[in-house]
Design a protein. Structure first.
Length: 65
């Protein structure tokens, strides 16, 4: 079968979708945290470093080495 990914816009839509799937015996999985917590923390640190100007410039030629 196919896998569907839905994007409810609010809690009411989410509840309605869950109720519908349960009523029709459709199995589903919930992923409450879409990103790894360690990854999210690294991104926060990187954003803060960029705001503070703590960045490193790399020339385009050095990227391909």
């Amino acid at each position: 079968m196919e896998t569907l990914i839905v994007h409810p816009e609010n809690k009411a839509q989410l509840s309605a979708l869950k109720a519908f799937m349960k009523a029709f015996n459709i199995s589903f999985e919930e992923n409450k945290q879409p990103y790894n917590a360690e990854f999210v923390e690294k991104m926060k640190v990187s954003k803060q470093q960029a705001k503070e100007g703590n960045t490193i410039k790399v020339s385009l030629d050095d990227i391909w080495k």
